[in-house]
Design a protein around this ligand. Structure first.
Ligand SMILES: [Zn+2]
Length: 293
């Protein structure tokens, strides 16, 4: 299948099957042709006895890859989960930033029972013109940013990065960041509408918040934070970027106080889940820009 997309002022989230060819038009007008020719995943180490069966304390690490032919040249992109490399730099290829987000082969050895995260096609990625940010505004930190970068050891048990193997068996449908109960959660960008879609007040086991923002190009970004102990802004009230939204880390936190972050993009009809790390990656870059300006 041929897929046509044009670089916009928000990143492009896309899912592809083998043989699909993405024609991506850069801001310059040049067209890059990306054909998916392979997608694979393999366990690199595990302590589970049976794949897909959770065991407390078990660890499963894996790698996944996608091979693209881009304007005739072959590129093999490889990711490692869960590891320090889970917080990765996008590939910078022929004027594009490419984030390889997932392949469906991961679910040969992990389940999707710990939050939605399985791609609907064989490969999921995000692409942006490398001269553009992932969105047109600077991003405010979502929570206090650890110095320099996120650390895998602070992702719950060191495993709950995006699609990390919870208890060695279930892909984690979110990014966990350990921080004490009461840690401030801010809005990284303006929020048009928001609510606690699960709440202790309504009898759920957790306070789970969701907010949405529609960009001027029509793309809609949806973000979630779970384990909130207090929400400061009344539900369904628009919120400016950088507003104190909530206290994080304090409800149904298991063995480590943490908040759970989710990111999804609705663009061109479909909805695509992406690693919240991509937002944090831009937040770190934006802090560099603002502190040196
Ligand atoms: Zn989580």
């Amino acid at each position: 299948m041929r897929i046509e997309r044009q670089a916009q002022d928000t990143l492009t989230a896309i899912e592809m099957d083998l043989g699909d060819e993405l024609h991506f038009t850069l801001a310059s007008g040049a067209v890059r042709r990306l054909k998916l020719i392979h997608a694979g995943a393999a366990v690199t180490e595990t302590t589970v006895e049976t794949p897909k069966v959770e065991k407390a304390g078990a660890v499963t690490n894996y790698r996944f890859s996608a091979r693209f032919e881009i304007d005739g040249a072959v590129y093999n992109l490889v990711r490692y989960v869960s590891s320090a490399k889970s917080f990765y730099e996008p590939w910078h290829i022929m004027g594009m930033h490419i984030w390889l987000d997932a392949v469906d082969k991961i679910f040969d050895f992990l389940t999707e029972t710990h939050g939605e995260c399985k791609p609907k096609k064989q490969c999921r990625l995000a692409i942006q013109d490398a001269t553009l940010r992932i969105c047109p505004v600077l991003l405010h930190p979502w929570c206090p940013l650890p110095p320099d970068r996120l650390r895998v050891e602070d992702a719950y048990n060191g495993e709950d990065v995006w699609m990390g193997a919870y208890h060695g068996a279930s892909a984690h449908g979110g990014l966990d960041i350990n921080h004490p109960s009461g840690t401030p959660i801010w809005t990284p960008f303006a929020i048009d509408d928001h609510e606690l879609f699960n709440s202790l007040a309504k009898g759920d086991n957790n306070n789970r918040w969701r907010g949405t923002h529609r960009w001027s190009n029509g793309a809609e970004w949806v973000i979630q934070v779970h384990h909130l102990s207090r929400l400061y802004v009344p539900e369904h009230k628009p919120i400016e970027a950088g507003t104190l939204l909530a206290d994080g880390g304090g409800v149904w936190v298991g063995s480590h106080e943490h908040s759970h972050f989710v990111f999804r993009v609705r663009d061109g009809g479909g909805e695509v889940l992406l690693d919240p790390w991509i937002l944090f990656w831009q937040m770190y870059r934006d802090r560099t820009i603002t502190s040196t300006a």
